[in-house]
Each structure stands twice: as structure tokens, then as C-alpha cells.
Write a protein that binds this ligand. Structure first.
Ligand code: GDG
Length: 734
């Protein structure tokens, strides 16, 4: 890997702390992410950019020196966030709006516009910091839900940068995601990336369906086509660095001491272990209630088990977390109060962070690791426990709502909302026979060891590199931005001109309903001016019926009209003629029943009948369902129409069945026959059929593609407005 990696995450693996004596010191945290990123950063000479955790108000010499040390020795570049930005961003929009909704806790959603503004502001500050450090060729890797707007901000600031994004938390269902205030902005914020990666395939699919529902953007499983490039999509489940857990077990004295002390203390009892941040997504009260069921007299487990619950304080400034803390305190008190005996405490509750040496000793000690989140992106605790069980002596009880469940089929899966079932599964884990336990754990252990965090990091970077080089290849062959003056000059110089114009999507927006496609006066004026010039032959091609075309454009003298994509034409001054005739009369009667069947299945959709074509419109239907059905319909009709002159094609929110010979290339050739020796050929259009035309026109032709999407045209016009401006310029030129 020749290029430098730039990691961007909310927090750095370093934190700035002010001591009681007012001195600034550095605290290092070694999380899974740091273990994954550090080797990659070393290998690529990369850097890490993140929030210092501080406001930067106390801008002393000493503090600056600490941060300079970070940059020099740790390659970590700290960002300060002003207090109000930090709280609105972190405790506000990120953790009280996004976090609950992404974890399906819609009832915990809190939103205010200030929090959103702070979120935008914070993302901008991050963007500025990245731009400041950026060197051409860098690969930027943005992490997680706090920075959803960053990829697009970076794309605008650094158009050629390589930008990847990984979401550590779940992506919610498309029934839930749209609940979010500012949902459109969030999705657009991600669209600047070359690669978007999720923990599971399920999350990826949910993201795709939200994208379709919220922004109307269709995607494929592996990519989203946007504006002439593609964003790659990947499911990349994060792993752990197994040695960080197995090494202390093998060598560390403190770990060994803890382990033997505790093993002696709990002899004769089964140890159940739970390790969580004290977050409402982690299912701590649910676990405690299920545990209380397990201790009922009829199970015979009283005094035979102990639950060690580590609950690390987190986000304590948010009310919901305070409430959770009280609830857990109370439940622990109740269970211990009700069941304890002078020599047995059923729940050992530790409401603080413990050292890695202790944690690892507990993993080794535990007969069962009870991982019960109500929703979790992945859950690393489950993998860390498994890593410590090389001997096969342990059972993992795992919530089916953790991303980890997708990979850890040999765990005993629970629905943590079902406390009865959970208690039964834990009871089964306690009595599992030796062979089954070892078989399951060995399979898990092998997989956790193989699919480690290093592999994850490499896979991400390989995918990112591929995605970025695909974009770069595209950029080399990219059509030029519309150069109006250049076209105008050629137009003025020419003696005989031929202009062929697509209608909907080019001169007017694509209409939801067929009757809404009428042209505004400005378009009529431009067309009339162009068509009245004796040097010009101007043709307008539309999918609409001849009657619509007549009603709209019948008064414009000198204009060529093609209706139904060219199935019918009207030369200047004459009446409509069919391009081929007669067409078989029975084709509609075989296609119509199929379309009607689809209409019945798809509320809001309808069939429009034209002379030479049938169109199924699904713009008013549930987008995902309709898009899926549209594909079904096309493949069904493809088989049926294979031997005929008709084809089924998808357009924007439509499926159209039309004759193959009705197309723009034919239309162009007809006009060209009448306007031989034209020295200025011009075409503008936005869809697939226009691409066929662009390809067939000589290299000297002036071809213009409108809107996003890849194209063979010589120029790209960003929108309909710019096409109109260009045509107005030509109309007034001569
Ligand atoms: C997010 C997603 C996703 C916990 N207590 C102590 C301690 N820990 C360590 C664990 C583990 C980490 O904290 C927690 O990671 P999780 O994956 O369980 O959960 P989140 O913090 O919510 O992480 C999650 C993850 O990102 C990675 O993509 O898996 O779904 O929510 O490593 O060991 N470590 C020490 N003392 C403790 O008391 N030393």
C-alpha cells in the first residue's frame, strides 16, 4: 500500500485530561479500533484525526506542547470543539437523535434544531481539519454515525480524494429511519464517499431501502450509481485483535493472579459474565430480570450460579442514562436482597471500568458469557470472550439482535425481550454436555481468530482502493462540462443545422402523471425561434401521443414532431404518418392482462395506453416494492416478447412496452435525409435512448447529456435549466 491512510473518528485513541493541579496530561485508550488502525497507520505512515475531548479554551503553552507531541509522536491530530458545539453535537444530535433511532429506540429520540446545527458545525470543523492535513493520494477513512455529513463535505472540498466510510452501529429498517429529522441531509452527506461499509449485509440492505424511500435513489447490492460514478457498498463485520486478549492470558502475572484467586473463590459455582457500557441498547435490565427468573426455586440453580455484571458508565450527562443507572441499581438491589445468603451474592455488580488484566481473567473464568443487547452494530465482547476460550470451555449466549449473531451461529441465540425464553436458554447453556460445548466453542474460536480486525481493516482498504480507482478511470473519460459559448460559435458559423431534442427530462421535468407534461411558455418560445430560422431543421422527440404533441406544439411552424418515441412523425407543414404499418393488432391484448395484474398488485400504479405503446406508471406507489415489481415485469415481458418487434424497458418510474423500431436513431436519420449536408449537428437528451443516438452521431456532432449518470455525450449539462439557457442562446444568436 503506497498511499497514506487518514483515519477520522470522533475521538482519538488519546484523551486530554486536566489534573487537579491544573496540568495537562495524556490518557491513552486502547480500544479495538486503535488496535486495528495502528498497524495500518504505521504501515502507510498515516495519521489519525479526532476530537481532543476538550474545548480548547485553555490555550496555554503547556497544552499546545502536549498536542504537538501527539502530532509528532503519535501521528494524532486533535480537534477542539467549542463547548456549545460539542454538547449539541455529541450529547445532542449524535447521541439523543441518531443513536436511539439507529438502535430502534424511537421513543428515546430527542431533537432540537440547535443540536442539528451543532452537528453540522462539528462535521464542518472535522472537514476543515482533514483538508488541512490532506496530501494528494491519501485515503481518508471516516468512522461512524457522528460524522455522517463528512464524506460529502470532503468530496466538495477535495473532489479527487479517496473517501471511505464505515458505520459501526446498525443501520435501521426503512420503516424506522425516516422518523429522523434531517434524514435527507444525512443520506446526502454519505453520498460523497467512494465506499460505504456496514457491519452486516442486513444493515447494508436496510440502508439501500432507506436510500430509495427517502431520496428515491435506486441502487444495486454492491453499488449506488450517482452522478456518473458509483459508490461501492460492502458488508464488513469488524473483528478484534485476538492477541490483545490471549497474550495477557498466556503471559501476564497480574492476570494469572486474578484468575487463580477468583477461580478459588467461585469453586462449585458457575460464573455468568456480562460486560457492557451502561447503555439502554445493551439490555442490562432485561438480563437482570431474566436472571431473577433463573433463580426461582423450581430451577434448582439458587446458590449454584453467580452473575458478574460489569457496567461501564457512559454518556452520563444524558437523562435517559441516569434513569437507566437508577433502574439497574434498583434491580441489582432487589435480586440480591431477595436471594442472597450469608455466603452467596447472586449478582456481583461493578459499575465502573476495570483493567484489561481483570477483564481477560474474567473471560477465562466465565462458564457462560451472556451478551444480550436489544440492538448492537456488532458487539465485540462476544468475540473477546470467544478469543479467550481456545480450550473450548465456555458457552456464548448471544442476542440475535447483535450484528455478531450473523457470524456466530454456534452461539446459543436469545431474544433478549423474551425473558422467559432467555432464562431457559441460559439454563440450557449451564447443562450443555461437554462435547457439544467444545464443538460449538471451537468453531466460534476458529472464526473469531481468522476474521480478526486486521483482516477487516485490510479488506476495507482494498475495497476502498478499488472503488477510488474506478472513479478515477471514469474521471479520465469524463465528458466536459457544458461550454455554451463554444457551441454557440459553431452554431453561428454553420449554414445548415440539424437539432434533435428529447422532451421530458431534457426540456421539462419528468411528470408524475402523463397529463402534467405540458410545456411552459418559455420552452415554446425557444422552440418557435429555433424552428423559424430557415437554416435550421429542429426535431422534437417524445414518448407522448400524437394528440398531446399536436395540442402542445401544433402551432409552431417548421418543427418536426416525433410522437411515441418515433413511432409516428409529423414533418413541418404536413400531417401525422406512421413509421411502420400496419402493426399487429393483437399485441396489446396479450400484454395488457399482464400489466393489469401488476396494477392490481401495486396500489397507486396505473396503465397508460398509447397507440403504439403501453406504459405502466408506478410513481405513486411504495418505491421499493414497485421497483422490485418493475424488474419482475420487465423480465417476464422480455421472455414473452422475445420473438416480436416489441420490447419492455424501464424508465424513471415507468415500464414501457414499445416497438423496437421506434427510436431516436431512426428519427435522426429521417431528419438528416431531409437536411442533407448539415454542418451543425446537435442532440440533447437524458436517458438510455439518447445514449444510442449519441453513439450513432458523427464525432463532430454537439451532443449534450442532461443530469447525472454516465454518458457518451461530449458535454454534460447539470440540469434542465442549463439546457434551456443554451437553446435560448442559440435561438437568439443568429
Ligand atoms: C460500538 C458498537 C460495535 C467494556 N467494559 C470494559 C471494557 N470494555 C470494552 C470491551 C469491548 C468494548 O469495550 C465494547 O465494545 P462493544 O462492541 O461491545 O460495544 P460499543 O462500545 O457499543 O461499540 C458495537 C463496536 O462499536 C465496534 O464496531 O461492535 O456494536 O455499538 O472491547 O472489551 N474494557 C475494559 N474495561 C472495561 O471495564 N478494559
Amino acid at each position: 500500500m503506497g498511499t497514506r491512510l487518514v483515519v477520522v473518528s470522533t475521538r482519538l485513541p488519546l484523551t486530554l485530561q486536566k489534573t487537579e493541579a491544573g496540568r495537562w496530561v495524556t490518557e491513552k485508550s486502547s480500544g479495538g479500533l486503535a488496535s486495528a488502525m495502528n498497524p495500518l497507520l504505521r504501515k502507510t505512515g498515516g495519521i489519525w484525526i479526532g476530537w481532543s475531548g476538550d474545548t480548547g479554551e485553555d490555550d496555554t503553552e503547556e497544552r499546545r506542547a502536549v498536542l504537538q507531541d501527539w502530532a509528532r509522536k503519535e501521528h494524532s491530530f486533535a480537534i477542539d470543539l467549542p463547548a456549545d458545539v460539542a454538547s449539541g453535537f455529541y450529547e445532542g444530535y449524535a447521541n439523543q437523535t441518531l443513536w436511539p433511532v439507529f438502535h430502534y429506540f424511537v421513543s428515546h429520540l430527542r431533537f432540537d434544531a440547535k443540536g442539528w446545527e451543532a452537528y453540522v458545525q462539528a462535521n464542518r470543523i472535522f472537514c476543515g481539519a482533514v483538508v488541512e492535513q490532506y496530501q494528494p493520494g491519501d485515503m481518508i477513512w471516516v468512522h461512524d454515525y457522528q460524522l455522517l455529513l463528512l464524506p460529502q463535505m470532503l468530496r466538495e472540498a477535495l473532489p479527487d480524494a479517496t473517501i471511505g466510510f464505515f458505520l459501526h452501529i446498525p443501520f435501521p429498517s426503512s420503516e424506522v429511519f425516516p422518523v429522523l429529522p434531517r434524514r435527507e441531509e444525512l443520506l446526502r452527506g454519505l453520498m460523497g464517499a467512494d465506499l460505504l461499509a456496514f457491519q452486516t449485509y442486513g444493515h447494508l440492505q436496510q440502508f439501500r431501502s432507506s436510500l430509495l424511500r427517502v431520496l428515491g435513489i435506486e441502487s444495486r447490492v454492491a453499488e449506488i450509481p450517482v452522478g456518473g460514478r458509483a459508490i461501492r457498498l460492502e458488508a464488513l463485520p469488524i473483528g478484534i485483535a485476538p492477541e490483545e486478549y490471549t497474550e495477557p492470558l498466556a503471559r501476564d502475572q497480574t492476570t494469572a493472579r486474578y484468575y487463580s484467586e477468583w477461580a478459588a473463590r467461585y469453586t462449585g459455582r458457575k460464573v455468568l459474565l456480562a460486560v457492557d457500557r451502561l447503555d439502554y441498547t445493551k439490555g442490562v435490565p432485561e438480563r437482570l430480570r431474566a436472571y431473577a427468573r433463573l433463580l426461582r426455586p423450581e430451577t434448582g440453580l439458587k446458590e449454584k450460579v453467580v452473575l458478574i455484571q460489569i457496567a461501564v458508565p457512559t454518556r452520563e450527562r444524558i437523562d435517559t442514562y441516569q434513569d437507566l443507572r437508577s433502574e439497574v441499581n434498583q434491580l441489582v438491589g432487589e435480586i440480591n436482597g431477595q436471594f442472597a445468603t450469608p455466603d452467596w451474592t447472586p449478582v456481583v455488580y461493578i459499575n465502573r471500568s476495570i483493567e484489561r488484566e481483570e477483564l481477560v481473567a474474567l473471560y477465562k473464568l466465565a462458564d457462560i458469557c451472556w451478551v444480550g443487547p436489544l440492538r448492537d452494530g456488532m458487539n465485540l465482547v462476544s468475540k473477546e470472550y470467544v478469543a479467550c476460550k481456545g480450550d473450548g470451555e465456555g458457552v456464548l449466549v448471544l442476542s440475535e439482535f447483535a450484528g455478531a449473531a450473523a457470524e456466530m451461529g454456534e452461539a446459543l441465540l436469545i431474544n433478549p425481550f423474551d425473558e422467559e425464553q432467555t432464562a431457559a436458554v441460559v439454563a440450557r447453556a449451564l447443562t450443555m454436555d461437554d462435547q457439544e460445548r467444545r464443538d460449538r466453542m471451537r468453531a466460534l474460536h476458529g472464526r473469531v481468530t481468522r476474521n480478526n480486525v486486521f483482516r477487516w481493516g485490510n479488506r476495507f482498504l482494498v475495497a476502498l482502493e478499488e472503488a477510488a480507482s474506478a472513479r478515477a478511470r471514469y474521471a479520465d473519460t469524463r465528458p466536459r462540462r457544458l461550454r455554451m459559448e463554444e457551441i454557440q460559435e459553431a452554431y453561428v458559423r454553420a449554414n445548415r443545422r440539424l437539432l434533435i431534442l428529447d422532451y421530458e427530462g431534457t426540456l421539462v421535468p419528468v411528470a408524475d402523471l402523463p397529463q402534467e407534461a405540458a410545456p411552459p411558455a418559455v420552452v415554446l418560445r425557444i422552440l418557435a425561434a429555433l424552428a423559424s430560422n430557415p437554416k435550421n431543421s429542429v426535431a422534437l422527440v417524445s414518448g407522448r401521443r400524437d394528440s398531446d404533441m399536436d395540442r402542445w406544439f401544433g402551432n409552431i411552424e417548421g418543427l418536426w414532431l416525433f410522437a411515441e418515441h418515433g413511432a409516428e412523425l409529423k414533418r413541418p407543414g404536413s400531417s401525422w404518418e406512421a413509421l411502420r404499418s400496419p402493426i399487429p393488432a393483437d399485441w396489446k391484448s396479450s400484454v395488457m392482462p399482464i400489466l393489469e395484474h401488476f396494477v392490481d398488485r401495486t396500489p397507486g400504479s396505473f396503465v397508460e395506453e398509447r397507440k403504439y405503446s403501453l406504459v405502466w406508471h408506478h410513481r405513486l406507489s411504495e418505491p421499493e416494492f414497485a421497483a422490485w415489481l418493475a424488474n419482475e415485469l420487465v423480465s417476464m415481458l422480455e421472455a414473452m416478447l422475445a420473438e416480436t418487434d416489441f420490447r419492455a424497458v424501464r424508465g424513471p418510474n415507468i415500464v414501457e412496452v414499445k416497438p423496437v423500431w421506434a427510436n431516436k436513431v431512426e428519427a435522426f436519420q429521417l431528419v438528416q435525409a431531409a437536411q442533407a449536408q448539415a454542418d451543425f449537428l446537435f442532440a440533447a437528451g437524458d436517458d438510455r435512448t439518447d445514449e444510442d443516438l449519441f453513439e450513432r452521431m458523427p464525432d463532430s456532432a454537439w451532443t449534450v447529456h442532461v443530469g447525472p449518470g454516465s454518458t457518451r455525450a461530449a458535454f454534460v449539462a447539470p440540469d434542465i435549466g442549463s439546457v434551456r439557457r443554451l437553446l435560448a442562446l442559440l435561438a437568439n444568436a443568429a
